[in-house]
Design a protein around this ligand. Structure first.
Ligand SMILES: Cc1ncc(COP(=O)(O)O)c(C=O)c1O
Length: 454
């Protein structure tokens, strides 16, 4: 089946454009300081943008749309390592051939966005392809949503409808589920929902205690039992991030998750996994697959790296007509790219014990360990993470010190982000396009920055 318009002329032009674009983008292949004459242009854009938005930005960053692999160019002419990928979206890195190809192919079709009323064929094709990635589970359906937060809202509606009149949700301390009117209630950090009415009854329990792993299961189960005594017939679902992003990549063990999920299942509480940040980033395509929890999942929400957001759910949770809908499913270029990415991940050596994701994790953790035992001794208070999600703590692990480090790191050519409060961690959401040369340079910069700041 072809999609969009195709003639040999169009194919030739696409191929020529593809090569020309990639050759131009590949020029952005090393870090570079700002140009003095372009700095003012960026400052002017930022001043107006900040005024128009009303709220500032974490970094003085405006992209030119140019960059290659881990490199991104700013309007001020500087080129930096992007180790956060716009909060985790760009796992392939910048101007990846699949990204360019998806754009060019999509330019041959007639609209920009596939809608739920009159879907494009690639919406149907991607839905099928996504479901093929979860065949070991009971997940049988997938529905697109406009953002990760809206995917969680959609999940909540399915769960509520099936469980009515049970409404109560169990979530985890330090969770992040988004900022929509519903999902903000599940997000642990109350400063993100200041003055908002509390619209959903959500009870928080401790996640895996990294400082006391032997007691982690009993601690969580005790909290669950205590809640259940108070609200036994009110709970409909338990939502969990198997690797908690905002907490700085806190995760448990297969046994830990199994015990909690058994507890929930025995009480007819649905199990809802938020994989919005984790999908594609752990040792398997999904974190629930890495922890071998396929049997347990009732709902899985995804977003970020897959370029579109949405919800997988079991047949049992298929809603009544009219409950879910919405004009947009996803931009056509995102549908096209997501499909190509799934094929790329399946055919390439990315997931599994010998895959690139595991390899990157090992390299990063080893290098941080080396710094913390050597030239940065006493200055790195923690390091950890899993897959392409790596974190560490600097000095006293306070928000202030962490942001002092992150700002200096930015000036020195690397963009990263923070995670959590008390402690606050430095967070990397790594692209897969990093080479050994890049990683060596990144660690030279990290070492220099730690010693500048602490
Ligand atoms: C685990 C998790 N859930 C939900 C969301 C919300 O996704 P979005 O920002 O696309 O609404 C995020 C975003 O960071 C997330 O990390």
């Amino acid at each position: 089946m072809t999609y969009g318009v195709h003639t040999s002329d169009i194919e030739n032009l696409i191929n020529r454009l593809f090569s020309s674009i990639i050759l131009e983008q590949r020029k952005y292949n090393s870090i570079k300081p700002a140009d003095s004459n372009r700095r003012q242009i960026q400052n002017d854009i930022l001043d107006i943008f900040k005024k128009n938005r009303g709220i500032g930005l974490y970094y003085d960053y405006i992209s030119t749309g140019r960059g290659h692999g881990p490199f991104t160019e700013l309007v001020d002419g500087s080129v930096k390592y992007d180790l956060i990928g716009s909060m985790g979206i760009n796992i392939l890195g910048h101007s990846h051939p699949l990204v360019i190809r998806s754009h060019l192919e999509t330019a041959t079709c007639d609209t920009t966005i596939s809608g739920n009323l009159l879907p494009h064929s690639n919406q149907a094709v991607l839905t099928k392809r996504l479901l093929e990635t979860v065949t070991k589970s009971r997940l049988k359906h997938f529905w697109f949503a406009g953002s990760g937060s809206f995917a969680n809202d959609l999940a909540l509606k399915l769960l509520w409808q099936k469980s009515a009149p049970r409404r109560r949700i169990i979530a985890f301390e330090k969770a992040f589920a988004g900022r929509s009117i519903a999902s903000q209630n599940i997000t642990w950090n109350t400063s993100y929902r200041e003055d908002m009415p509390s619209l959903i009854d959500v009870d928080f329990i401790p996640h895996f205690d990294q400082s006391n792993p032997d007691k982690a299961v009993s601690k969580t189960l005790r909290a669950l039992d205590k809640l259940y005594k108070q609200h036994s017939d009110e709970y409909c679902a338990l939502i969990i991030e198997l690797v908690q992003g905002e907490a700085g990549f806190v995760f448990g063990t297969k046994e830990y998750y199994r015990k909690i999920f058994e507890w929930a299942r025995q009480r007819n509480i649905f199990i809802w996994i938020d994989e919005i940040q984790t999908v594609t980033r752990t040792h398997e395509l999904f974190a629930f697959q890495m922890f071998e929890l396929d049997d347990y999942v009732d709902v899985v929400t995804i977003g970020k790296t897959l370029q579109c957001c949405g919800v997988f759910y079991t047949s049992e949770l298929n809603p009544k007509p009219g409950l879910i809908g919405g004009t947009f499913a996803a931009p056509i270029v995102s549908l096209n790219l997501a499909h190509k990415m799934l094929e790329y991940f399946q055919k390439g050596n990315f997931h599994g014990p010998e895959g690139r994701v595991v390899e990157l994790e090992k390299i990063f953790l080893k290098k941080i360990e080396h710094l913390s035992g050597g030239t940065c001794s006493g200055k790195i208070s923690y390091f950890g993470g899993i897959g392409t999600m790596i974190s560490f703590e600097i000095g006293d692990s306070s928000e202030k010190t962490t942001w002092k480090f992150l700002s200096q790191l930015f000036n020195n050519g690397i963009i990263a982000f923070s995670a959590g409060k008390n402690p606050t961690r430095v967070r990397f959401l790594l692209p897969l396009s990093l080479t050994k040369t890049h990683i060596d340079e990144i660690f030279t910069i990290i070492e220099k920055t730690i010693n500048q700041v602490i």
